[in-house]
Ligand binder design. Sequence first.
Ligand code: URA
Length: 241
Amino acid sequence: MERLQKVMAHAGIASRRGSEKLIKEGRVQVNGKVVTEMGLNVSHADTIAVDGVPITKEEKLYFILNKPRGVISSADDPKGRKTVVDFFSHVDQRVYPVGRLDYDTTGVLLLTNDGELTNQLTHPKYGIEKTYIAKVEGLIHKSSISKLEKGLEIDGYKTRPAKARIIDIDIKKNKSMVELTIHEGKNHQVKKMLKAVGHPVEKLNRDRYGFLTTEGLQSGEWRELKTFEVNKLKQLVKENS
Ligand code: URA
């Protein structure tokens, strides 16, 4: 946290004295509200404007979280359950998940305060590949795999072409492991697709989001994306638009 007049001076608006004058004159807004008293402390998360013109650029942050089970993907939960945003309570800026994973789904989840990139990444048109590993009930057959790949109807909607493969079949336990790569992100899409071919999902993990994996991250751990990773995500969006 820093004094408002100091932040203004750093941003090149005026000297500290000059900035104090602007504040007194009622020309400075913090988060949309005019501030006239001296000595207010502000952080990176605050938007400061002079005569309505923003003077600072919000720092963009990008994180990858290995989401554990039993955590909700929205910013807050009316039932008071732990949310993915709670992992980032130490961060000044408010970050939001890019799309959602179900309460019981684990794996790769991105969080950022970059609304533009979020909109692009979650738009089906840009087709970012998401790869899931599902443990399902029953012994899955090749014919089901080709149905998943061609597209099938869920909730009156035909899914777009996908990639699928059998990883393992456990005859004794009557379970299968399936890898499914989709470009869309409809609600509960993977669970619904697998159920539609007769194999309800028992466990679901998002293994990859584009080129990003949870490699090096234990369940519940996160890291900041590297600049080249952010640039690569932006590049992917551009290539697909
Ligand atoms: N599909 C699902 O069914 N659940 C998820 O969490 C993600 C994709």
